[in-house]
Design a protein around this ligand. Sequence first.
Ligand SMILES: Nc1nc2c(c(=O)[nH]1)N[C@@H](CN(C=O)c1ccc(C(=O)N[C@@H](CCC(=O)O)C(=O)O)cc1)CN2
Length: 287
Amino acid sequence: MAIKIDGTALANQVNETTLNRVVEMSKRGRVPGLAVVLVGNDHASQIYVQNKERTAKKLGIHSEVIRLPESTTQRELLDQVNELNMAPAIDGILVQFPLPAHLDEVEVTRTILPEKDVDGFHPDNLGRLFEGDHGSFPVACTPQGIMTMLESVKTPLKGQNAVVVGRSKIVGRPMSALLLRADATVTIAHRYTPADVLPVYTRNADILIVATGIYHLITADMVKPGATVIDVGMDRDPDGKLAGDVDYFEVEKKVRAISPVPGGVGPMTIATLMKQTVDLAEWHEER
Ligand SMILES: Nc1nc2c(c(=O)[nH]1)N[C@@H](CN(C=O)c1ccc(C(=O)N[C@@H](CCC(=O)O)C(=O)O)cc1)CN2
């Protein structure tokens, strides 16, 4: 039976450390601050933002959620980001994605100051990651959370074959850079990888990270025995229940370790966000 990588339990551990750091900071008269900007009415985004706000409050992090209407213009959004760039109480700024289609995510990302870019999406931070820099800078929260999950089950990375399915800005691209920085041999598969070729890659993966949004794309015949599998999918099964990109109950029979959905990567994304808010606050404190 595979090890279940319990993201909820691990997130609780990470949050406990973050809470202790916040307590220490508050003794020095400093409170870390996180601002989340949510534009429009996307139902899933509203839930994720609520969870972020709730967790921040629990950990003693000052949290501001700015809810803007669907009709917000690019100019209005950039002005809002610039205002937060200047706000002394805010250490980390996150604009929740996806944005409504009329807004330009790239320009928004580039407007957030790199030193407040708690999501790690700014080209300066992403560039440092791709350079292989091991210094202290924010990294996309889902991939960074996944690295903590891999470490929690002592997954060897150096020289191992890692396959990332999906090349999004939020998961696939930064994930591949983190694995490469950890000396894995990295392959990225994506929507243009032919369906009959995908299993050739996935069957060779010692570490398989799947972030496609396709319900049960990965079946047991597509994984290598003994692999470590991380499921980033947030899909719905035929009954409408939350499920992942990996057929968990079949795949777990074959692999060494696997993360579930829900209760895997999702909670770790939020815990990593909180940790990185405190990292930035400590960094700002030193300036
Ligand atoms: N600016 C960003 N936007 C988005 C990011 C991001 O990292 N930065 N990631 C995703 C959404 N996301 C965080 O924002 C996120 C998704 C899911 C979860 C989570 O805890 N999922 C739970 C299930 C929740 C449910 O019941 O629906 C789980 O997996 O157990 C947290 C954060 C896209 N946008």
